[in-house]
Design a protein around this ligand. Structure first.
Ligand SMILES: *Cc1c(COP(=O)(O)O)cnc(C)c1O
Length: 371
């Protein structure tokens, strides 16, 4: 492919990040979250690279799970939203998947199923996020009914934190402490809490909340090397970016003060301006709402976005980089430019930038001797 827009994937960095999660939560098993095509990094490629290191994988739906099974992934796979209809339990059985049970309806489907072999289950408590999960009372009752269910395999108790990415900030910290305490209280209300493994921690909690690590951790974003925090964090600083999105300058022009650039003429030259055109746009996943001034890296040096992002191109002010000409390498985010900076400049989060990447050629690098 000759269009220069590229997404480079560094599998050694991926394994480095998983090992950081392991070091931070040494007693826990690890379910690598690879939903949404592994946050845009390629679910099959990521799962294969981690197959020897993760204890399980976690995805959002059946299609994502079956894609991994069809590509030869044999580890347990957790369906984070459970099944969407009772018939999906037969598929879950067939593919040896582990559904979450987060609602009373899902519980009834699970109990009524007649699988030929035991089905594992992750039972979800709503500990305060108020998205998915059973109330504490429902949870304790569900746990007892599952224990009596002849086809139950392994049972894990889980919940999800809403504000673990706000460590050391009064209100968010209090909310996380309450969620941890309410999760523990619900577990303690079950008959045999000691024999019920628990899972609570996403990336932010792995990095910042040791008291939430429990028996199974569920890292997503941190595997891909981005920090879940808005502020610098000493553990997150050890992550290595897995994805680098890049392209090249395909045209450069000189513009006079007062001339305008691109759709809507959003950028107006305040000085004699050297303007570069980069072959990448919102159809490739660069955010269209990025404002003038959003950071780009041209031959390793910062330069500001200038003008609206188009479908296939974007424009950069090169006035302070006179040596950058056509063919120069431009990094949108990755090894040289923190995706979090681009996300913050664009009023979004790294998660969304990663998931939007499409169309670009992918180049995978795997320095397997890397530790
Ligand atoms: C997506 C998801 C995760 C991973 O979250 P990160 O912030 O990316 O680490 C963990 N648990 C559940 C239930 C999720 O949906």
């Amino acid at each position: 492919m000759s269009r220069p827009a590229r997404c480079r994937i560094d599998l050694a960095a991926l394994r480095h990040n998983l090992r950081l999660a392991r070091r931070l939560a040494p007693g826990a098993r690890l379910a690598a979250v690879v939903k949404a095509n592994a946050y845009g990094h390629g679910a099959v490629r990521v799962a294969r690279a981690l197959a020897g290191e993760a204890d399980a994988f976690a995805v959002a739906c059946m299609e994502e799970a079956l894609e991994l099974r069809e590509s030869g992934i044999e580890r347990p796979i957790v369906l984070l939203e459970g099944v969407f209809s009772p018939d999906e339990l037969a598929l879950a059985e067939h593919a040896a998947l582990t559904p979450v049970v987060h609602s009373r309806a899902q519980l009834e489907w699970f109990l009524a199923a007649r699988p030929r072999r035991p089905l594992d289950c992750w039972l979800k408590l709503d500990s305060g996020m108020h998205r998915l999960g059973l109330t504490p009372r429902e949870f304790i009752e569900a746990e007892a009914r599952l224990r009596d269910c002849a086809h139950l395999g392994q049972l894990v108790a889980m919940s999800h934190l809403a504000r673990a990415d706000e460590p050391g900030e009064g209100e968010g910290e209090g909310a996380t402490r309450r969620q941890i305490a309410d999760f523990r209280a619900a577990l303690a209300g079950c008959d045999l809490p000691a024999s019920l493994p628990a899972s609570l921690a996403n990336s932010a909690a792995i990095l910042a909340w040791p008291e939430a690590h429990a028996d199974w951790v569920r890292p997503g974003l941190m595997l891909y090397g981005a920090s879940p925090f808005a502020e610098p964090h000493p553990q997150a600083a050890k992550l290595r970016p897995v994805m680098t999105l890049e392209s090249t300058l395909v045209a450069v022009r000189e513009l006079a003060p007062g001339e305008r650039v691109g759709y809507g003429g959003r950028f107006c030259c305040a000085r004699p301006t050297r303007l570069g055109v980069v072959a990448i746009g919102y159809a490739d996943g660069y955010p269209r709402h990025a404002p003038d001034g959003a950071p780009l890296l041209v031959e390793g040096r910062l330069a500001p976005l200038a003008g609206r992002v188009s479908m296939d191109m974007l424009t950069v002010d090169l006035t302070d980089l006179p040596e950058a000409g056509p063919g120069a390498r431009v990094e949108l985010w990755g090894a040289g430019l923190d995706v979090g900076r681009v996300a913050a400049a664009s009023g979004t989060i790294a998660y969304q930038l990663y998931c939007a990447v499409s169309r670009v050629a992918v180049e995978v690098r795997d320095d397997s001797d890397d530790q």
